[in-house]
Design a protein around this ligand. Sequence first.
Ligand SMILES: Nc1nc2c(ncn2[C@@H]2O[C@H](COP(=O)(O)OP(=O)(O)OP(=O)(O)O)[C@@H](O)[C@H]2O)c(=O)[nH]1
Ligand SMILES: [Mg+2]
Length: 216
Amino acid sequence: MQEIRVYREIHGVNEEWAEKNRLLLAEHNVVMLNIIGSPGSGKTSLLEAASDRLSQSLKFAVLEGDVETTRDAERLHALNVPVSQLITGNACHLNAKLVHAGLSDLDLENLDLVIVENVGNLLCPSQFDIGETAKIAVLSVTEGEDKPIKYPLLFREASAVVLTKTDLLAYLPFNLDSCLGYIRQVNNEIPIFQVSATTGAGVDEWLDWVVKMRKR
Ligand SMILES: Nc1nc2c(ncn2[C@@H]2O[C@H](COP(=O)(O)OP(=O)(O)OP(=O)(O)O)[C@@H](O)[C@H]2O)c(=O)[nH]1
Ligand SMILES: [Mg+2]
């Protein structure tokens, strides 16, 4: 009888690099946060709105993940944030090896925190461990309130949710209570921050959480 060949994706290789990242971060006592959300959900805008106050509390750098261009890195560079751009080519997520390349070039000895903005995608980045201390789920009110139950993996794995663009709530048929309920349905304990990068509302509350993560 003819044999059946089975080919399986080797996630083990990514795990090895993720472990190297964890060791590197631990060696320098640096926390790494992995920000994940749909394209355009407001990840870079959140960092822009937060960078000034965050730099008063912690020494931090950003690794920007994108399929193409250095646009997001340029936006943060313009605000004097130390930032590198990680380009994945066609991949819909960052892998641990690419993150390792970015981490290795940072002055980790003089940093408290590295924030990674993953490639805009609500599903794939959650499936790849990059050695982060915690994941942060970013969801904008323009995406619809049901996304936490339609794409539950990120919300299950995240340590916090940032609900962005709340300044637009008045103009959208977005049911905030339903959204909060759906997030709780997937992850009962998770802190949820309601934020507008445009008005600055809620940014400080989220930053308090970030600073606590570093001190923990
Ligand atoms: N009204 C409003 N618009 C926002 C807010 N935050 C971001 N935006 C807008 O949303 C769009 C996308 O914002 P980005 O910060 O580039 O989103 P992103 O998640 O970094 O996008 P990718 O990196 O491409 O995945 C831009 O036009 C922003 O101006 C907000 O709080 N309120
Ligand atoms: Mg961005």
